[in-house]
Design a protein around this ligand. Structure first.
Ligand code: NAD
Ligand code: TYD
Length: 334
């Protein structure tokens, strides 16, 4: 099988390419990525020269180039997106261009080239925010996105389902909870806090740190995507989660503890606008229908991730010294 992976130079996509080629060495992958601030070919350095791997720098919104690439593959796994909530609060334009219009362009290419199999990677954030005692999200939870990021992902999910109903495009969708692991861009909570502490800087906790996320190791997410690709029912959506609800304060204390830092390294900063209180996933459908469930304990996964950031300082120091600095200054300028 030849797979077109979009966004394969980002965090989850690059981990997916490693995961897939290891477990399916007979398959070939074309990695289509525009190399935005979040795309980094360093994540895939070890695959240079691998005859089953090819990289192309293309914008998913480019009609002609995307159509040409889709022609030559058997399926599309669509990770490419603008992915950071805080950036979508500063400026949402690229979120609409890439997440909505880019997805529409890919769907058209899939439809115009013989209805190619299409797996869409999405997020639990499309379901909105839970109160502390609400039941977890599942596939039947109504959509209620509340940030420009989640609104753009919700729009893309609706388009993917519309192409199934209208054009019989053979699609599946996964809505996954918060990922962590190697190669995550250090603007997201866990890598930001770990790398700040290595640099001797404080960690910026939004508000009181009471917001809750359901953390999943990126390898467990990608194992879920593989299960859906191989065993999922066409037209269906599957919720994937880690079963690890933690408040931001619990995460912060775990990281501080693991890195031998004290609570004096916490800096309480202004809360995120419209900050969703809690996300949590019921992954019962994926477990019952696909036999998938997350395997990596949060404690082990976090420890391994901290080690990875300690051992790969050149990777993130290059990022933190680049465009990132500009974003960080903007983020804290008001
Ligand atoms: P990321 O920001 O690390 O990577 C995104 C990648 O997409 C980058 O390589 C970037 O260069 C590429 N890209 C952006 N715009 C593009 C364009 N116009 N054309 C081609 N490539 C483009 O994101 P991530 O955390 O790896 O997330 C990947 C996917 O998973 C996204 O769709 C996201 O919504 C979804 N998701 C993420 C999480 C999470 O916790 N990170 C959880 C659930 C779902
Ligand atoms: P993030 O990693 O941005 O993921 P998402 O917003 O998609 O869930 O943030 C995870 C949680 O951590 C979220 O509740 C916001 C919070 N957070 C902080 O408290 N400080 C930070 O510097 C960042 C980036 C996030």
């Amino acid at each position: 099988m030849k797979i077109l992976v979009t966004g394969g130079a980002g965090f989850i996509g690059s981990n997916f390419i490693h995961y897939w080629l290891k477990n399916n060495p007979e398959d070939r992958i074309v990695n289509l990525d525009f190399l935005t601030y979040a795309g980094n070919l360093e994540n895939l350095k070890d695959l240079e020269g691998n005859p089953n791997y090819e990289f192309v720098k293309v914008d998913i919104a480019d009609k002609k180039l995307v159509d040409d690439l889709v022609k030559g593959v058997d399926m599309i796994v669509h990770f490419a997106a603008e992915s950071h909530v805080d950036r979508s609060i500063l400026n949402s334009e690229d979120f609409i261009k890439t997440n909505v219009m880019g997805t529409q362009n890919l769907l058209e290419a899939a439809r115009n080239n013989g209805n190619k199999r299409f797996h869409h990677i999405s997020t639990d954030e499309v379901f909105g925010a839970l109160s502390m005692d609400d039941p977890k999200f599942n596939e039947k939870t109504p959509y209620d996105p509340r940030s420009p990021y989640s609104a753009s992902k919700a729009a893309s999910d609706h388009l993917v389902r519309a192409y199934f109903h209208t054009h019989n495009l053979p699609i599946t969708i996964s809505n996954c909870s918060n990922n962590y692991g190697p190669y995550q861009f250090p603007e997201k909570l866990i890598p930001l806090f770990v790398t700040n502490l290595i640099e001797g800087k404080k960690v910026p906790v939004y508000g009181k740190g009471e917001n809750v996320r359901d953390w999943i190791h990126v390898d467990d997410h990608n194992a879920g995507v593989e299960a859906i690709i191989k065993k999922g029912k066409i037209g269906e959506t599957y919720c994937l989660g880690g079963g690890n609800e933690r408040s931001n304060m619990q995460i912060t204390k775990s990281i501080l503890g693991a890195m031998g830092a004290g609570e004096d390294m916490i800096e309480y900063v202004a809360d995120r606008k419209g900050h969703d209180l809690r996300y949590s996933i019921d992954y019962g459908k994926a477990k019952d229908e696909l036999g998938w469930e997350p395997k990596i304990s949060f404690e082990q996964g976090l420890q391994d991730t901290i080690e990875w950031y300690k051992n790969n300082q050149e990777w993130w120091r290059n990022i933190k010294n680049g465009e990132y600095q500009e974003y960080y200054n903007k983020q804290y300028s008001n």
